[in-house]
Structure formats: structure tokens, C-alpha cells
Unconditional design. Structure first.
Lengths: 133, 198
């Protein structure tokens, strides 16, 4: 009797685990804040993960003669399943946010959890995106 | 590690720093791949610097440099700039003219007359003449000449001066038949110091 109870628990637990989604792959490095800028592109077609372009000074176009040191940083952030989205409210509190609610023109603080590839715009993975007022 | 490397590129220009990481496998962006055996260094870099040649000087007195790799990115938390070593580039793309090793010619055969220590000898004095060959391929064969007449062989030779000045020369030949020669004009003078065997 005791054995059959244990077997039933084991089977039901196995079924429950099999039904779970695969675990979210963590980013390889601790999160590190890069900069605050404006979302200028939301690229949902990018594979395997969508990405957003965040620019410190969007009025400077991406051009070979633009100097990132003078004209602000521009970085593509890949949005992984592990990426955390937040919204900072006017009273200073921070609440969860959904990627699908992010809009071009939003001002965001951006954290990376990966290496940054030194193309221009640079490329990295977002650990955390916080929409700020 | 601690090797001093430099890089040149559009955003941060010419910067330098010490190697801090060697042969690190780094997760690739947006895939399960890893970049194998990458090197990290402390030079300044910026967005747009990807593709920079990373190099070290062959010696600090010359502009000759050795290409070590290609800069591609940074770990912001650690402050480490990453570059792909040329060994990996060559592994993937094959041998390239740009990374051909510098062909330094071997130093050529040389010979010196090492004794006596002065060019002045007393009349009719017997002095020991010594020669020393370097570089080239041993074993060496030595030939002594006085006033262009061959007078002896071996790296040591006793010669008795006459009453007048003379030219003593040494020709050495190495195992590859390379030859080198040196000559000394000897002055015969009563005031010369006594010859000392070295």
C-alpha cells in the first residue's frame, strides 16, 4: 500500500515536471548597468531573440563619422527570456513591466549580462531594462 | 599574462594595456556557441573598435610589431577587452601573408683576433696570436697569414716578428663553407710591451 502511494506520487510528479517549460537560461555574467537612453528601434524579427536599439543621443545618426565618445552610445540589446523588464514610476517605486508594452521613444536604463561586442552600434544582451520617467 | 599589448582603431585610437586573461572560452552572443581560447587585456576600447589589430612591439626601440590578434569586445563588469588570437584566425582561415613569421637571417660568421692585446710588438719577439670565431656552423677551420702568406692553422699561432711592421690576418671557414676574415696591422717597436700569452 505504501509502495503504491509512493509510485503514484512519483508518476504524478514526473508528469507535472514534463509539463513544465524548459528553465530560463541565465545570462552568463552578473548584470552591469551600461547607460540610460532612448529606445529607437524594436526589432521583433531578429532571431533567435528580438532586440532593441537604445541610443543616448538619437538625433545623431548612425554614421561612420559619428564618434561614440562625443555623440553618445548606441547599443543593440538582445532580449532573452531571462531579461527583466521594469518600470520606474514617478513616486520612485519600481514595478514589473512587459516587453510587449515597450514603445519606441521610451527612456530606459539598460543593464547588460553579457559581453559587449564593439561594433557601432555595439551589441549585447539585456539583463534588465527599466523604463524611467 | 602581464604581456604589454597595443591596439589602434577609430573610436579610442591607440591604446595599450597588459594581458589579464589567456585562452578563455567565452559564451557567444545569441547562440550556444563559445568563442574558444580568447585573450583579455586592459587596453581602453570603445564601440566601433571591433576589428582592431592587437599587437606587441618586437622591441621597444623599433616600430616592428608582432600581430597578436583582433579586438572584438569587452566584459564591462571586469573591464576586460577581448581579442581573438591570430592562432585561432589562422586555424579558421588558413595561413596568411600578414601573419607570416618574421624571417630573421641567422647572424653571419665572424672572427676576431683576440691576442695579443696591442698592435705593437717588439722586434724579433715571439707572440701568441689567438683567434675566435662566432656564429656560423662549427666546427671551424682557421688559417693564419702573414703579409698574405699562409703560415699556420688552428685558433692559436706563435709568430716571431721580424724587424719591420707586418700584416697578420686570419681566415675562418665554418662547416657550411662560409668564410670570414680579419686582419691586424702590427707595428714593430722597441718600446712595445713584452708579449704575454693570453
Amino acid at each position: 500500500m505504501r509502495q503504491s502511494k509512493f509510485l503514484a506520487f512519483f508518476v504524478s510528479a514526473s508528469v507535472a515536471l514534463a509539463g513544465c517549460k524548459s528553465p530560463v537560461v541565465p545570462l552568463p555574467y552578473p548584470e552591469y548597468e551600461l547607460f540610460t537612453g532612448f529606445v529607437t528601434v524594436i526589432d521583433l524579427d531578429r532571431k533567435p531573440y528580438p532586440r532593441i536599439l537604445v541610443e543616448q543621443q538619437p538625433h545623431y545618426l548612425t554614421h561612420p563619422f559619428i564618434d561614440p565618445l562625443q555623440h553618445g552610445r548606441k547599443t543593440w540589446f538582445a532580449i532573452w527570456p531571462a531579461t527583466v523588464f521594469e518600470e520606474e514610476r514617478a513616486d520612485g517605486t519600481v514595478a514589473r513591466f512587459r516587453f510587449r508594452d515597450l514603445k519606441v521613444g521610451s527612456r530606459v536604463r539598460a543593464w547588460t549580462g553579457h559581453n559587449e561586442i564593439d561594433t557601432y552600434p555595439s551589441q549585447t544582451t539585456a539583463a534588465r531594462i527599466r523604463v524611467v520617467p | 599574462v602581464n604581456w604589454f599589448v597595443e591596439k589602434v582603431r577609430r573610436t579610442t585610437g591607440w591604446t595599450s594595456g597588459q594581458v589579464t586573461h589567456t585562452c578563455v572560452h567565452i559564451p557567444h552572443q545569441n547562440s550556444d556557441w563559445k568563442l574558444l581560447c580568447q585573450h583579455g587585456a586592459g587596453y581602453a576600447r570603445g564601440s566601433g573598435d571591433s576589428g582592431s589589430p592587437v599587437f606587441s612591439r618586437v622591441n621597444m626601440q623599433s616600430d616592428e610589431v608582432r600581430l597578436l590578434g583582433i579586438h572584438w569586445g569587452v566584459n564591462n563588469e571586469l573591464g576586460v577587452a577581448w581579442f581573438s588570437p591570430m592562432s585561432g584566425v589562422k586555424h579558421d582561415l588558413g595561413s596568411m601573408q600578414t601573419v607570416a613569421p618574421v624571417q630573421t637571417p641567422p647572424p653571419s660568421l665572424t672572427v676576431a683576433i683576440t691576442s695579443p692585446v696591442t698592435d705593437v710588438v717588439r722586434p724579433y719577439a715571439q707572440c701568441l696570436y689567438g683567434a675566435s670565431a662566432s656564429h656560423g656552423a662549427p666546427p671551424y677551420s682557421y688559417a693564419w697569414s702573414v703579409d698574405n702568406f699562409i703560415v699556420g692553422s688552428g685558433d692559436l699561432y706563435y709568430h716571431t716578428a721580424g724587424g719591420s711592421n707586418f700584416l697578420i690576418s686570419m681566415t675562418v671557414t665554418d662547416a657550411n663553407n662560409n668564410m670570414a676574415a680579419v686582419a691586424r696591422q702590427m707595428i714593430v717597436d722597441h718600446a712595445a710591451p713584452e708579449c704575454l700569452d693570453m
